[in-house]
Design a protein around this ligand. Structure first.
Ligand code: MN
Length: 209
């Protein structure tokens, strides 16, 4: 089945005042829809059409050369945004608990340090991209990617990713990406992030500390 836009799991205004309703409408209904439509168009008639997005992004080299960039960008945009909506929520913020909290404390010394490092990676990403917390097969790692490059391209499991494209924040924050990143942690859904962490551990093993 071709990719489909997943419904936003809360109202467009649910993340106010940190992320405004208009941004959410345009971001979900227009930008994410465009990634879905463009990915489907690029994949049509190829052996990867109707394959899961994870399979598509880890097998890009099997596509014709003239399709690879469009699929990398748009299937990447689809999988990245599908994760992004899920890890935000109206009752967000606070702190993680359980194994995820333990892993963060072991590796970074605390949540504030993790936030600082992720925000710093996001601020330093020139142009458009994402700042990530991933499981890289041996442990948890932080990095940013350009454009819509997914951690799947590195064979990594995305646990938490923050969109730093201007379309994610410009209406409310204009050029102030650091202010957006600071505010973003007020909408993070730690339960959803913890589920991603648990899935990563199930697939790749407990992270080394
Ligand atoms: Mn986006």
């Amino acid at each position: 089945m071709a990719f489909e836009l997943p419904p936003l799991p809360y109202d467009y205004d649910a993340l106010e005042p940190h992320i405004d309703e208009q941004t959410m409408r345009v971001h979900h209904d227009k930008h994410h829809q465009a990634y879905v439509d463009n990915a489907n168009a690029a994949l049509e008639g190829t052996p990867l059409a109707d394959k899961p997005v994870e399979h598509v992004l880890t097998n890009l080299e099997t596509l014709p050369d003239d399709k690879q960039a469009a699929v990398r960008n748009n299937a990447g945009g689809h999988v990245n945004h599908s994760l992004f909506w899920e890890i935000m929520g109206p009752d967000g913020g606070g702190e993680p608990s359980g194994r995820l909290a333990d892993a963060i404390n072991d590796l970074w010394g605390g949540l504030d340090e993790l936030k600082k490092a992720m925000n710093d990676n996001g601020v330093k990403r020139f142009g458009s991209g994402w700042t990530w917390l991933v499981h890289d097969g041996t442990g948890l790692a932080l990095y940013s990617t350009p454009n819509q490059d997914s951690p799947l391209l590195n064979d990594d499991f995305a646990i938490l990713g923050i969109d730093v494209w201007e379309h994610a924040y410009y209406l409310k924050y204009q050029n102030r990406r650091p202010d957006y990143l600071e505010a973003w942690w007020s909408v993070v859904n730690w339960d959803a992030v913890a589920k991603n962490f648990d899935r990563a551990v199930a697939e790749l093993g407990a992270p080394a500390t």
